[in-house]
Structures are given as C-alpha cells and as structure tokens.
Design a protein around this ligand. Structure first.
Ligand SMILES: NC(=O)C1=CN([C@@H]2O[C@H](COP(=O)(O)OP(=O)(O)OC[C@H]3O[C@@H](n4cnc5c(N)ncnc54)[C@H](O)[C@@H]3O)[C@@H](O)[C@H]2O)[C@@H](O)CC1
Ligand SMILES: Nc1ncnc2c1ncn2[C@@H]1O[C@H](COP(=O)(O)OP(=O)(O)O)[C@@H](O)[C@H]1O
Length: 495
C-alpha cells in the first residue's frame, strides 16, 4: 500500500470521519499501543516519562503509558488538563489500572526528567497552531535539556505540521507518525527535529486517507513495478537512443555525467552534442562536437532521438537552444541552464523539468528560503506554470504532475555534491527513451537515483561522487525490481 502525506487539516478531516464512524477511540488505542511497542523494541529498559497535553496527542500518550504499565514497565505520567473527550476517557482508564496522572508543571517535569530513561513527548500533535504559548514553551525547553532520548508522538511538539521550518520545538531522537507523513517530517529543519521516523498507518480505510492526501510516497515495490521489463532478445535499437545537449567551456563535465547516467540506466545508445570538448568518461558514449549550435541543428536535420536531455552546463544560450528542442515535441528533460523563466508557456506534455530549489525560485520569481518552506506547494505551483511534469530536487525530491504530487523515499546526505542533478537528468532521459510514461519516469527515476545514492553512500559516505552514484544504478534497478520482474535466472530450471 502506498504511504500518504497529509497536512494537519487533512489528518483532522480523517479524524472526523473516524469520529462519525465511531472508530476514533480504536484509532487512539492503536496509536498508543504502537508507541508502546516501539518503546519496548527500541528502548527496552528504565523508567519512561510521559508528558501529555490536553488534546488527542496527549490521549495517545496516556494509552501508550497504560500498555507499558500492564507490560510491567515503570512509567511516570505528567499531564495537562484533558480537553479532548477521548483523552479524558484514557486518563480514567490509566488511573483504573493503577497509574496516577500528576499535573504537568514545569518544576515537576524538571525533577522527573532527571530520573527518566526515555521521555515520551505527547504534548502537541497536529492540533498545534504556532506560536507556542505558555506553559508549553517552558516545557519544550525542559525536554530539550534532558539527557535521555526523546520520542515524539505524531510530530515533535512545537512543529507546525505543514512547514519545513522549526522555531522553538522539541528535538526528538524518534518520531512515530500516525496514519501518514506530515510535510514537516519530510523536509528541512522540521524533519531534522523529528529524528528517525516510524510510520504507523493505523487501521483506517485507505480510500479515506487517499481522498484527503496532499501527496503520495510510493514504496519500492510500486516503483519497481513501473520500471520496464526487458525481453531477453532486447538489443541496442530497442533500449532507446538518448541525446544529451549540454556542456560549455568550463562546464563540460555536466553533459558527460548526464550521458553516463543515461547509459547506466540502460539506454541502448547515448549521444552527446556540444560545442565544447566533452570528456569521454565512458568509451561507450558517442560525442559530437559542433562548431556552433546553429550548425548542430542543421546537422540534426529531421533526425530525432527517443528522448533528449538539455541544459546541463549548457551556458548562456541555453534558453534559446531549449526552445528549439521543445519545438521537436519529443520526450524532453530540461535541467540547469535550460530552466529559464522565458521558457514558461513553451513546454508540452512530455516535458520533465528538473529544478533544484535555487532554479525553482528563479522560475517562480521568488526567494529560495520562501520556496523551501513549503516544497510541496512550490512543486505544484511550478507544474501549473510549466506544464508537463516537474521534479523539484532535494532530500527528498518532489514530483508534481497534473493532479498529483509524489515524494521520493530515501537518498543519502552524501548526495549533496556537484553533478548529482546532471546524473539524474540522464536517468530520467533514459527512462523516457525506454518508452516510459513521463509521470512514471519521473517517480521511478528519482527513486532509482536515491537508491543508487544509498548504495554509493554505504561505500563512500559523505565522499561519494555523482560518478559513484551512476556506477550503482544497475544494482539499484535490480533492488527495486527484484520482487516484480522475473529474471531469466529465476525462471530457469535444471534438466
Ligand atoms: N487519525 C489520526 O491521525 C489520529 C490522530 N491522533 C492524535 O490526534 C492528534 C491531534 O489531536 P488534537 O486535534 O486534539 O490536537 P493536539 O493533541 O495537537 O492538541 C491540541 C491542543 O493543543 C493546544 N494548542 C494548540 N496550539 C497551541 C499553542 N500554540 N500553544 C499552546 N497550546 C496549543 C490546543 O489548545 C489544544 O488543547 C494527532 O497529532 C495524533 O497524535 C490519534 O489520537 C489517533 C488517530
Ligand atoms: N541530502 C540529500 N538526500 C537525498 N538526495 C539528495 C541530497 N542532496 C542532494 N540530493 C540529490 O542530488 C541532486 C542534486 O541536484 P543539483 O543540485 O541539480 O546538482 P548539480 O546541479 O550539481 O548536478 C538532486 O537530485 C537531489 O535530490
């Protein structure tokens, strides 16, 4: 089942459906028991201190405390006055099994934190609207000064579920996200506050969640099923011919990396066209050096590849060149220098635009900090302006298409190095050239890139390079498709 991303308002809409169906109590029970299970698995010893707020987030904490207590764990519970009906109910249930709920005051919290082996933060969840009011601001300071690990329920208290920014908020080691991902758990400083995130989907009808969701996060099995299976009699003429139009004196490596990315994603033929001397990073590449771009277009005549990537290191003429390529109306990846505002309105349905946040801000005529605060909305706004499909790159990348948003899983912080995006353009052009639909090429391409980055990260850590990522693409493809594509070996039998 895919994972979904929900804003606070969308999560609350599903809560209301659960409430109408009489299922909200069960959802809270499931949420709290999942928290208790995780505590037992990951933090199996010592006293667990629960700080519970007055809303349903606090209710989840009270359920978790009850489960742990009946399993024999030492728990201590400090709670604000319960405002939510189910939080009041779970307070009574906790007291019924013999656990006292003491009032949550700063001085008591300060003392209790010192004796705790784990602190569970159930102060505020998706019902939080900034700014943080007293006494919660003091409590957040106390939590952040604790020497024990902190596990937050649903979202670290003080984080606005929608925004990638974080002001005064809990710094957790672990967050248990309920029902779906919240945008804040995926991007920027707010994601860093959440620590490791465990998603607990809850027993909620998938259609209810899907109907509300802002974005989807496809699983590897779903991505693997999108990638084309190749027949055993495949040959280079059936695996797609990609052209790479890029490079300029000083930035020749960009086009070479794109070409390597396309070859390593399985393209049958890859040709680089440039007016600069492109290094032959792989002898399998074909490289055509043209005197000027007008001469290149004359030489192309009516010939067209299966897909083209344009813009990587292309230099000052990029917008003009990209516009000529767009008039071919073939599957096209636009990257780097080709991402210029004057191209807005010149795209077509088979265009895949791949800005990083700086390029995206240029296209939307906004600032990068403004754009990265709400990456999902930014990707959607870009797609509405540009048409086709947009990949807003980052850790993680967002794919925006007509009517939908998808957030990639995984990746590695070592991918924050030059040339990574160039390699991605090659991957995307390769998948388009192999006949994939443009949305699926984007969704599968970013995951393939991220998976190759994870593999390369295991080998090279923060020292990994774009070339290292390209070299892992074949293995990454195998990882993603191992459950879905029967290979010749798996189908064979002995006689
Ligand atoms: N379907 C789901 O996703 C489920 C969600 N559940 C929980 O429900 C939570 C949402 O519950 P609620 O809507 O009750 O909200 P919260 O539990 O986040 O808390 C709302 C309370 O916080 C106070 N508050 C809000 N902003 C504040 C601020 N700036 N400073 C100080 N206090 C502030 C409000 O006055 C209110 O009392 C989720 O985060 C999750 O933990 C679970 O109970 C299970 C089901
Ligand atoms: N921390 C990270 N986690 C996951 N992916 C990352 C991370 N940092 C960078 N990337 C990926 O690396 C690529 C960087 O692209 P870009 O900035 O265009 O690089 P360049 O222009 O140098 O080729 C994007 O695909 C992005 O998603």
């Amino acid at each position: 089942m895919p994972q979904y991303v929900l804003t606070a308002a969308q999560a609350s809409a599903v809560d209301q459906q659960l409430q109408r169906a009489g299922l909200l109590d069960l959802a809270m029970e499931e949420a709290g028991s999942a928290v208790a299970r995780l505590v037992q698995q990951q933090y199996p010893a010592g006293r667990v201190l629960f700080l519970a707020g007055g809303g349903a987030n606090g209710g989840d904490a009270l359920v978790a405390a009850r489960h742990l207590h009946v399993q024999g764990r030492e728990v201590e519970v400090l709670a604000l006055p319960a405002r939510h009906r189910l939080t009041q109910l779970n307070r009574r249930r906790l007291q019924a099994v013999g656990v006292a709920c003491r009032p949550l005051k700063a001085a008591a919290a300060q003392r209790s934190v010192e004796a705790a082996a784990l602190l569970v933060d159930g102060l505020l969840g998706t019902g939080f609207t900034p700014p943080l009011r007293a006494p919660l601001d003091t409590l957040v300071h106390i939590i952040n000064a604790a020497s024990c690990p902190v596990l937050s329920i649903d979202i670290p208290s003080g984080i606005d579920a929608h925004s990638a920014e974080a002001g005064l908020a809990v710094q957790a080691q672990h967050t248990v996200s309920l029902m779906g991902w919240k945008p804040a758990l995926l991007f920027g400083e707010s994601a860093a506050r959440a620590g490791a995130v465990t998603l607990v989907p809850l027993t909620v009808p998938a259609a209810w969640v899907q109907a509300q969701a802002l974005a989807v996060r496809p699983t590897d099995a779903e991505v693997g099923a999108m990638l084309p299976a190749r027949r055993n009699d495949a040959h280079k003429g059936t695996a797609g011919h990609v052209w790479v139009l890029g490079g300029h004196p000083g930035t020749v490596g960009a086009a070479a990396l794109t070409a390597a990315g396309a070859l390593r994603t399985g393209s049958g033929l890859v040709t680089v066209h440039s007016v600069a001397e492109i290094p032959l990073v792989m002898p399998e590449l074909m490289v055509h050096r043209h005197s000027v771009w007008d001469a290149a277009f004359r030489a192309f005549g009516d010939r067209r590849p299966d897909a083209v990537a344009v813009g990587m290191g292309l230099g000052p003429d990029a917008a003009h060149i990209a516009r000529r390529v767009l008039s071919w109306n073939i599957p096209t990846v636009l990257d780097a220098d080709a991402l210029q505002p004057e191209l807005i309105g010149h795209g077509h349905d088979s265009c895949l635009w791949t800005p990083h946040p700086g390029e995206a801000a240029r296209l939307l005529r906004t600032s990068t900090p403004e754009l990265t605060r709400y990456p999902l909305e930014a990707a959607r706004a870009l797609q509405e302006q540009l048409g086709g499909v947009v990949v807003l790159k980052g850790g993680p990348s967002v794919v925006a298409y007509s009517g939908g948003l998808s957030v990639a899983q995984g990746g590695h912080p070592g991918m924050a190095s030059a040339g990574m995006g160039d390699t991605l353009s090659g991957i995307l052009a390769s998948l388009l050239g192999q006949g994939m639909d443009v949305v699926q090429a984007a969704v599968a391409g970013v995951r393939l890139h991220a998976r190759a980055g994870e593999r390369a990260g295991q080998l090279h850590g923060y020292g990994l390079s774009a070339t290292d990522v390209a070299s892992q693409l074949g293995a990454a493809w195998t990882d993603l498709t191992s459950e879905t594509h029967p290979t010749r070996e798996r189908l064979s039998f002995r006689v």
